[in-house]
Design a protein around this ligand. Structure first.
Ligand SMILES: Nc1nc2c(c(=O)[nH]1)N[C@H]1C(S)=C(S)[C@@H](COP(=O)(O)OP(=O)(O)OC[C@H]3O[C@@H](n4cnc5c(N)ncnc54)[C@H](O)[C@@H]3O)O[C@H]1N2
Ligand code: MOO
Length: 411
């Protein structure tokens, strides 16, 4: 679907157009150097080349006996004992060596027989026949060969990647600076938890929700503020946010009401690239840029105030934006999971991003939709691990194939 029927506000833009506008001219941020133990979750800023083979020497995968496989099938004298961490001497011909897991394979041996298969009598060991060369030997460089790329720039440093870097003896690592985030709430009816609620007011649920999502994506919150429903104050706070942040996110105030000041303020300060998408929830989402005094610009994303619209907008747009600023390809697109619908629905002119829970069954994944899919019902997001994308003007009945965007991966 490239175009959607508009309503009075004009044509609704497809997600692809919004992503193109959002990501145009976005470049990865600079690197900073961190001790490895502080780099968890960060994005690698440059490709790391191995300076060591891992493992660094042929070693045993088992506690047992090392020998030349041609000597298997008989009783052999035990000529040395090789614990992990102690150097091995060349194997005396026609003998075997007692060896422990991780111990160095002695020159002259080419296999290890696990001790459960060996009968020891005094200083000799009976070795069964038919042991192939290479059995239970972990070859030097099997995991990482020196000179090869250990990890590519743009890799998210999660558990195994951190272990891999440490395996190279690395203590410091170049990572991308985290995108600075300003998270601004609009709406005079929105109150921070901890303060009493007057009639007509509600607590700010978008702020902690978006903060958590954006931190997961890799951003660093540097400014959190509430913007009163006032045009001059909106301009002032947005200008301040653009100075402090790479990404300025607002919630609410992007629809068509008289108290919706965000778009006008963005247009006055910088430029609005796009407004109103053919998606549900999230129709009035706005994208733009806010110039910084002294050069450069912050990217602006105006999320609709309804909590589910903010939630879905963050996954669809803020995740790839943060990914582009981090130079992290894994954040560019949510993984697609083909599933069967457990629900029935019908869409109008907007594609529906339904909150679903996936179950992985023998005949394939099934998508179960939360019953109330209204954009104000945040409970629909709590257990959601995917968004089922129902194209505009279509009908789904139970059992139909649906494409789901998985929310459980990196970031
Ligand atoms: N006449 C029209 N009215 C509306 C349209 C439209 O096309 N024509 N679009 C509707 C759609 S769709 C959406 S989505 C909303 C979005 O409007 P805004 O982005 O201007 O958001 P607000 O009006 O400020 O707030 C909407 C709703 O969300 C609550 N909210 C706002 N911020 C928070 C927060 N931080 N935590 C919790 N809840 C929040 C707010 O109280 C409102 O109930 O516009 C429709 N209207
Ligand atoms: O597009 Mo709005 O987010 O449906 O409620």
């Amino acid at each position: 679907m490239d175009k959607a029927r508009g309503d009075k506000g004009g044509e609704l833009k497809p997600v692809s157009a919004a992503l193109a506008a959002l990501l145009a001219e976005v470049e990865a941020l600079d690197n900073e150097t961190l001790p490895l133990e502080q780099a968890a979750g960060r994005v690698l800023g440059e490709t790391v080349t191995a300076r060591l083979d891992v493992p660094g020497f042929d070693n045993s995968a088992m506690d047992g006996y090392a020998l030349d496989h041609r000597d298997a099938g008989g009783r052999l004298p035990i000529s040395q004992r090789i614990a992990a961490g102690t150097p091995a001497r060349p194997l005396a011909p026609g003998s075997c060596a007692r060896i422990f897991t991780g111990g160095e394979i002695p020159p002259g041996a080419d296999c290890v027989v696990m001790q459960e298969r060996v009968e020891v009598e005094g200083t000799t060991a009976w070795i069964p026949e038919g042991v192939p060369a290479g059995d239970n030997v972990r070859r030097r460089g099997r995991d990482v060969a020196s000179g090869a790329a250990v990890l590519e720039a743009g890799t998210r440093l999660e558990a195994a990647a951190l272990g891999h870097l440490a395996g190279q003896g690395i203590t410091e690592v170049a990572v991308r600076r985290r995108p600075r985030l300003a998270l601004l709430s609009t709406g005079d009816e929105i109150v921070d938890p901890g303060r009493p609620l007057a009639p007509g007011q509600l607590y700010n649920s978008n702020r902690p929700m978006l903060r958590r999502l954006l931190e997961r994506f890799g951003a660093e919150p540097v400014m959190m503020a509430s913007i009163p429903d006032d045009a001059a104050a909106t301009r002032r706070i947005l200008a301040e946010a653009a100075q402090a942040a790479d990404v300025v996110v607002t919630t609410g105030g992007v629809s068509v009401g008289e108290e919706d000041h965000i778009k006008a303020a963005v247009e006055a300060l910088g430029r609005l690239d796009l407004w109103r998408l053919a998606i549900r929830p999230g129709k009035p989402l706005a994208l733009g840029r806010l110039p910084r005094a002294g050069g450069g610009e912050a990217r602006f994303v105006g999320l609709p105030g309804n909590p589910v619209s903010s939630f879905v907008g963050a996954w669809l747009f803020l995740r790839p934006l943060v990914g582009a600023l981090l130079g992290c390809p894994a954040l560019a697109q949510l993984p697609e999971v083909p599933a069967r619908a457990d629900f029935a629905t019908r869409t109008g002119p907007r594609a529906h991003y339904m909150r679903v829970t996936l179950t992985f069954e023998a005949e394939g994944p099934r998508a179960r939709a939360f019953e109330d899919q209204n954009s104000a019902v945040l409970s629909s997001c709590i257990e959601a691990d995917a968004l089922a994308v129902i194209p505009a003007d279509s009908e789904v009945t139970p059992g139909d194939p649906v494409t789901c965007l998985w929310l459980g991966g990196v970031g």
